[in-house]
Design a protein around this ligand. Structure first.
Ligand SMILES: [Mg+2]
Length: 126
């Protein structure tokens, strides 16, 4: 496939109702969540860059920088927690409960691939 055909076909599946998208983007809640989502992605990139420099370029692992990026990630998580009015400790408890339902006490590839999504959703909605 040539690149022009690829672009022509790709944009056929683009969500293009820009009036509705703009309306949703005008909501403060969505602005804050998008800010957090973009921030999480960029901070994850910074974390990975520090790890890349160590693993692939042989630089010393900068654990101070990794910790800094972890803090930056938490900062964006705080925006989400505030906007969704959820408590960090509740999110942590729910996450562990979901993982216990999925794996029991130990990870396995089989359990990772054969999840009971109904059970996990029930736990997440509690
Ligand atoms: Mg950072």
């Amino acid at each position: 496939m040539d690149s022009k055909s690829f672009v022509t076909n790709a944009i056929k599946t683009e969500s293009r109702n820009f009036d509705e998208i703009g309306s949703r983007m005008s909501e403060v809640r969505n602005q804050r969540l998008l800010h957090a989502g973009i921030g999480l992605a960029t901070e994850a990139g910074e974390f990975l860059d520090a790890l890349k420099k160590h693993v692939f370029y042989g630089k010393e692992l900068d654990t101070v920088n990794l910790s800094e990026e972890m803090g930056d990630i938490f900062w964006y998580c705080a925006l989400i927690a505030d906007e969704l009015k959820i408590d960090f400790s509740q999110v942590m408890d729910t996450n562990i409960a979901k993982l216990k339902a999925r794996y029991g006490e130990k990870f396995s590839e089989d359990k990772a691939e054969n999840r009971d999504l109904k059970v996990e959703r029930t736990i997440l909605e509690q």
